[in-house]
Every structure is written in C-alpha cells, then in structure tokens.
Design a protein around this ligand. Structure first.
Ligand SMILES: Nc1ncnc2c1ncn2[C@@H]1O[C@H](COP(=O)(O)OP(=O)(O)OP(=O)(O)O)[C@@H](O)[C@H]1O
Length: 350
C-alpha cells in the first residue's frame, strides 16, 4: 500500500489515511472536523493505533507571520496540563510540532460544541436545567483561565464543547488564538492601553470592546452572559440580526434598561440575571471578578426556576431516547473544581 505523507501538504487539504511523522510518533488522519482561514482541525489516530482518537489543530505558516498563533494555545494548554482529566475544563495537549507549511498541536478530541448542541434542540435552546449547569461550567472555565492571568477575548458557544464519553457532561473551553495575558511578570494587572482594536465576535463582544477600551476579566464574563442568553432564550440576544457593529453596541446599551433586561432575560430568571449584568457592569478593568457572587446568583436562579439539578443534560436525554431506556437521573460525573464538591450538580445550601 502507498503511504501518503502529510508532512509537505497544505494545512487545509490533508486526505484521510495520510501520515504525519513527528520525531518517533506517526499520526494517521481520519477526517477533517472543521476549517477556517487559519488552517484546519482533524481527527487523527496514532499509527500503530493506541485505540484512541485525538484532535490535531493545524495552522498554516504565513510569510508575514514568523510565529504561530498556536503559540498562545500551546502556552495555555501546557499551563493547565497538570490537572487530571475530568477535573478541569481545559483539554490535554499531547504533542506539537512544525512542518514545512504548517504548525500543529495534538490534543484531546472533544464532542459537539455548545453551538452544535443548541442547534440540535427542537426550540433551538437548552432546557433551564441544562442552561444553568452549562452556565456554571462555562464560567468555571473562565475563572480557571483568569486565575492563570489570561483572558480569552472570544467567549462564544462555538468555543466550548462537551467531552467524549465518559466526559460527556464536562464542558471544555477551546481556542485561545486571541487570548491575552492581563497580568505582568510582577503579578500585577497590566496598565490598560489607551486605544485597543476590536477583537473577537461582534455578537458576544463586551461594551468596552465596542468602545475600543482595554479588556479585562470582566469582559469575558460579559461575553459569557450574552452567550448564556443565546443558549437559553429562544429569541437569542436582541441584536442577533443586526449587521452593523455600531447598531449592536447601541442595542447592548438599550439592553441595560428595565425593559431591555425584561427582553434580554425573557425565558430566564430575571432578577438573578439582572443582578449579574448589573454586577459585571460595575466591575472595573483592574478589578478581580467575584465569581462566588455569580455562582450564588446561578444557584438562586435554579431555585427561582424550580430547577432540579439532578436532571440529565439535554444531550444525555437525547442519547437515552435513542436507546429507549434509562432513568431521569444524570448518569455522568462533573468536574469537581472546588473542594471536591461536584460543583455543577450540587446546589449550595443556604
Ligand atoms: N479538540 C477538538 N476536538 C474536536 N473538535 C475540535 C477540537 N478543537 C476544535 N474543534 C472543532 O473544529 C472546528 C474548527 O475549530 P476552530 O476553533 O479552530 O475554528 P472555528 O471555531 O471554526 O473558528 P473561529 O473560532 O475562528 O470562528 C470547530 O467545529 C471546533 O468545534
């Protein structure tokens, strides 16, 4: 059989069956998962196989760019690498390297993104239980990143995915291509730059980002809040159809009025989510975010909405329906981020 070598190929065009060699390891390409301007993500296996599948993210080398944008991804995944699988919202990086035309990293293969999972729902939104559990996990991921001195700057449903079995109830954060260090080498928050170019995704960008102001941890939290509105409200964020960045900014400001909040949080716990947006708006660039307060508000919202946190995630139910079996109790364990408590499943007692 002829072996096709991927080593000299273009990042976006590697066929199934091609082999990439990195030092002593060989990877066989199984299929392309997705692609973009930067390159592509592939499902790969080791050759010979260890019976596992991995994700390989490949970035084209550009003449005008000496260093890989994947560098930030490598740096962050390396930093988080000591945490055991199932106890973190970060993927494991197994290998990395460069070839003539591209850079690559090999990491944990995850399942559907939150965007895919939402799109699979009949009404296009998560159930209230799944919504609140996803809100908690996705915020925990942001807190973990901030604790290490980085902000993400592109929080959105496509940048979170669930793990593959048995981690299918863990939400993972992806794509650190535009992440930024906000802490300097002395451990202090960097001085804000006077003018900052817009970065990220218009729909989820914070109002500070629209204003060209330096983004800090609070801005990821604001994007998280808009993301949760999109995942839990069948109408999504009110600016979802607005094309113009200025118009989106205006509509985000309008969403801060009493009527605006009623519309924004229409199918959510209005008081608690209003408290969260008000709180996030008061936090300054240099301030530490009080995540405990946000988790408390999420717990409070579960009580207001009479949510039973032991109900399975929507995608677990779908699986069960397919198998036409099972109980209504969640079958998977969640990452225990704090003090050994399964934070995403265990409501705090008052
Ligand atoms: N570790 C992984 N395992 C499985 N799929 C992954 C993994 N990393 C990324 N993907 C998927 O690969 C596709 C491309 O991902 P990537 O984040 O690189 O680009 P994108 O989301 O399409 O682009 P952008 O974030 O710039 O809009 C997405 O569908 C994403 O869910």
């Amino acid at each position: 059989m002829v072996t096709i070598t991927a080593d000299d190929m273009d990042a976006a065009d590697i066929p199934s069956g091609a082999i990439l060699t990195n030092k002593t390891l060989k990877y066989r390409f199984v299929e392309k998962i997705g692609s973009g301007g930067y390159g592509a993500v592939y499902k790969v296996q080791l050759d010979p196989s260890d019976n596992k599948e991995y994700a390989m993210k490949i970035e084209k080398k550009l003449d005008r760019r000496e260093h890989s944008k994947l560098n930030m991804e490598v740096h962050i995944l390396k930093m988080m690498g000591h945490k055991p699988e199932g106890k973190t919202h970060f993927l494991k990086m197994y290998d990395r390297g460069k070839k003539e035309k591209f850079f690559f990293i090999v990491m944990t293969l995850v399942g559907d993104s939150l965007l895919d999972l939402k799109r699979h729902r009949v009404r296009g939104v998560f159930s209230p239980t799944t919504g609140v559990k996803v809100a908690r996990q996705s915020l925990e991921a942001i807190e973990e990143l901030h604790d290490c001195g980085f902000i993400h700057r592109d929080i959105k449903p496509g940048n979170y995915a669930i793990g593959r079995h048995p981690y299918h109830c863990t939400v993972y954060i992806l794509d650190f291509g535009i992440a930024r260090r906000f802490i300097n080498s002395g451990g202090e928050v960097k001085a804000p730059r006077v003018k900052v170019h817009f970065k990220g995704t218009v729909r989820y960008a914070s109002v500070n980002c629209h204003r060209g102001k330096e983004n800090g941890p609070k801005d990821d939290c604001e994007s998280w809040l808009y993301m949760m509105v999109d995942l839990c409200n069948s109408e999504g964020v009110p600016w979802r159809r607005a094309q113009d960045r200025e118009k989106v900014f205006e509509m985000k400001e309008e969403a801060r009025t009493v009527k605006g909040k009623e519309r924004l949080f229409k199918e959510m716990a209005l008081t608690e989510w209003s408290n969260m947006i008000d709180y996030i708006d008061k936090v300054g660039y240099q301030d530490k975010v009080d995540y405990t307060y946000l988790y408390e508000m999420l717990d409070e919202s579960s009580r207001t909405m009479h949510i039973d946190l032991t109900t399975p995630y929507d995608w677990e139910k779908d699986e069960k329906e397919l198998q036409s079996a099972g109980t209504e109790r969640s079958s998977c364990t969640n990452p225990s981020m704090k003090s050994g408590i399964s934070s995403s499943l265990t409501p705090k007692k008052k």
